[in-house]
Design a protein around this ligand. Structure first.
Ligand SMILES: [Zn+2]
Length: 271
């Protein structure tokens, strides 16, 4: 699958439609091609299409998974990071510390397989090594997404084990998320542990940190994040004693529907 097809998949998906709907809401009435051109403000190239696709994924995930109300320790404003393999020695990755919601396509950095910056103003994500190690070990993987999905973080504190997906809605390619014990965010140890866990699987749960999915295409990587997050939510309810369920459920419902500024600033810095 070439880059046009990869990004085309996203543009034609519900994420693409949602984003275009957003543009229309904001007074832009334009075709996909016009929207791409408008957003990146320049010539449409494969690399720019890749950046555009990634920024759409960030905006989409931000609307779903940024839940400051939960205040669970992971889930900084930047929400996680995403990357795409462009060719054997070229990758595009989210810059460090940028909010998923406000990131612009041209903010995405272009790096080589050593992690050296080829293009871009900002600093690459602190998990760049994790992404590159995974690409190196998995030649079939072209897209990696990392989120601080609240349900997954909560579950990883309660259950330190793999999460199996029993009803994966015809997604046979997704059977389980491999549990990876805690290592510091951005560390070489985390990059090694996660990339090794992803050799034989496409999704990993990082203890007290979040979720990572690695797939041949971006659409499956997004789907996996959603499926595992939902599975984690169900599992959390299942293992929570009945008397504690109501507050947990309420937290989840509130977190899903409202975005409230965080009060407690004592957060670990994740990216
Ligand atoms: Zn992180």
């Amino acid at each position: 699958m070439n880059m046009h097809e990869k990004v085309g998949d996203i543009l034609n998906s519900s994420i693409g439609e949602m984003y275009l709907g957003d543009l229309v809401t904001h007074g832009f009435d334009m075709s996909i091609e016009e929207a791409v051109e408008n957003v990146i403000g320049g010539k449409i190239s494969d690399i720019n299409l890749a950046r555009y696709g990634l920024s759409m994924v960030c905006w989409y995930l931000r609307s779903r998974y940024h839940v400051p109300l939960l205040n669970i320790g992971a889930g900084s404003r930047s929400t996680g990071n995403v990357s795409l393999r462009l060719d054997d020695d070229k990758y595009t990755i989210k810059p460090s510390g940028e909010d998923f919601r406000t990131i612009r396509p041209m903010d995405f950095i272009i790096i080589n397989k050593k992690g050296e910056k080829l293009e871009g103003e900002l600093k690459p994500s602190i998990e760049t090594l994790l992404h590159l190690s995974t690409y190196e070990k998995r030649p079939d993987v072209n897209a990696i997404i990392h989120t601080h999905s609240p349900n997954v973080v909560l579950l990883s504190r309660k259950e330190k084990k793999d999460l199996y997906v029993e009803d994966h809605d015809n997604k046979e390619w997704l059977a389980k998320a491999t549990f990876v014990p805690y290592e510091k965010a951005g560390s070489k140890e985390l990059a090694t542990a996660v990339s090794e866990a992803l050799i034989n699987n496409n999704v990993a749960i990082m203890e007290d940190h979040g979720l990572i999915s690695a797939y041949p295409n971006l659409g499956d990587a997004v789907d996996a994040i959603e499926v595992i997050d939902e599975e984690a939510a169900l599992r959390l309810i299942e293992i929570t004693p009945k008397e504690e369920r109501a507050p947990l459920r309420l937290k989840m419902v509130i977190a899903k529907h409202f975005q409230v500024p965080r009060n407690n600033q004592k957060q670990k810095k994740f990216n």
